[in-house]
Design a protein around this ligand. Structure first.
Ligand SMILES: NC(=O)c1ccc[n+]([C@@H]2O[C@H](COP(=O)([O-])OP(=O)(O)OC[C@H]3O[C@@H](n4cnc5c(N)ncnc54)[C@H](O)[C@@H]3O)[C@@H](O)[C@H]2O)c1
Length: 378
């Protein structure tokens, strides 16, 4: 199998998400790190790229240098991952798409709906892949839940309850720490804090499992630590196109909750529950029946769950492997296969439209507002 050449922007030494991408992209031998502009500090970025095995002439000081350096090479990278802070995603992703590169962008894909629409337009015009790293959707048992909904096993989905609430920004005495403070500063984070950071993962998960899209929502935002301009707690009610009722709670001040991402799906003939802290199990209850624990790796699961299970039954399925599954699908797509489950620019755009709708709704005391991006309305 020919290895695909991979480039990375951001994700430098000490970054949170960089190691997950490197492990994810390279775990299966699909991608080899061939180029990078890894750090805001040019010197550090070059040095670290070379430490990771990138040739000196492809260890770039910044993304503009990388774009110029790669665009005219015969052996240009097949895929560029954008893992920089949020406010830079749009500019970098757009520039690389326009130059004919395939891109995997971190979430949130952009800072505004207009930028999101522009990325979708550019991606469509370029014919290149622009994927977004909603990596939780690549857990095998999340795929199993999606498959169970699609095959009608729990009937029409009436209700979804999902949370992405942790307590890691709950210490008011740490609120001025620069690594925390920017997330609640509109100049750095945009129009939303916690909802745009974590809530959109939960909203994407709801759509992904239900096989449906959010149509409208109502939000209540709170900055429970008063020095914060943007919300650190959000309660969002939503309705899906097919009528499913949704409840989403996202918080960063829920002290005691660690990762805190879970989803419950309630259908006409059964219910399911999954939590990212126990990603190997789905709890399934048929109507009038006993609760069953479905385990990753056991016989009888869908092909999709089986395909993405990497370790034997009862072994923990790590978060980086969910990222790896995004890369598995990207590699397959780059080689011409169809991968319908890959989160795409449209998903990034829908998230941004939901963020703006939530901000709008919260400002109107929870009024119901249209959450669909204009370009994707029927
Ligand atoms: N999908 C997920 O589950 C998930 C999880 C964590 C973070 N993220 C996203 O990943 C992105 C990065 O988050 P993080 O927590 O790793 O941030 P971080 O602050 O830990 O690291 C950011 C890295 O990007 C580098 N950088 C900054 N500006 C740059 C530029 N212009 N060019 C090149 N490199 C630059 C920094 O030097 C650093 O190495 C964010 O958009 C975040 O929302 C996604």
């Amino acid at each position: 199998m020919k290895r695909l050449k991979w480039g990375m922007i951001g994700g430098g030494e000490g970054s949170q998400i960089g190691p997950a991408h490197r492990l994810g992209a390279q775990a299966d031998g699909n991608f080899v790190l061939a180029a990078g502009a890894l750090d805001a500090d040019a010197q550090k970025g070059r040095a670290y790229a070379m430490e990771l095995g990138v040739a000196g002439d492809r260890a770039y000081g910044n993304w503009q240098e990388m774009l110029e350096g790669e665009r005219n090479r015969e052996d240009r990278v097949d895929l560029v991952t954008v893992a920089t802070p949020n406010s830079t995603h749009f500019e970098i992703t757009k520039a690389f798409l326009e130059a004919g590169f395939n891109v995997l962008c971190e979430k949130p894909m952009t800072m505004s709906v207009e930028e999101g629409e522009e990325i979708v337009r550019v991606a469509r015009a370029s014919g290149k892949i622009c994927a977004v790293n909603y990596c939780y959707s690549a857990y095998p048992m999340v795929r199993e839940m999606r498959q169970m909904v699609a095959s009608g096993q729990i009937g029409r989905v009436r209700l979804i309850v999902t949370n992405f609430s942790h307590g890691h920004h709950g210490d008011a005495t740490d609120a001025d720490n620069p690594r925390v403070r920017w997330r609640y500063d509109p100049a750095m984070a945009g129009v939303s804090g916690q909802f745009a950071d974590c809530g959109i993962h939960a909203l994407h998960m709801a759509s992904f499992v239900a096989g449906d899209q959010v149509r409208s929502l109502s939000a209540d935002f709170a900055s429970t630590i008063p020095s914060r301009e943007l919300e650190d707690d959000a309660m969002v009610n939503f309705r899906m196109e097919g009528g499913t009722v949704g409840r989403l709670w996202s918080s960063s001040v829920a002290i005691g909750r660690q990762h805190g991402f879970d989803i419950q799906v309630f259908g006409e003939t059964g219910g399911m529950r999954w939590a990212s802290e126990q990603p190997n199990q789905v709890y399934y209850t048929p109507v009038g029946g006993r609760t069953q624990i479905m385990e990753k790796g056991e016989p009888g699961l869908s092909n999709e769950a089986a395909r993405l299970s990497r370790v034997a039954i009862a072994h923990p399925e790590g978060f980086p492997l969910a990222v790896a599954n995004i890369y598995v699908d990207l590699a397959a797509a780059l080689r011409g296969a169809t991968r319908d489950a890959l989160p795409m620019a449209e998903d990034g755009l829908r998230s941004m439209a939901a963020v703006y709708a939530a901000v709008d709704s919260a400002a109107q005391e929870g009024a119901w507002v249209d959450a669909r991006p204009p370009m994707l309305r029927a």
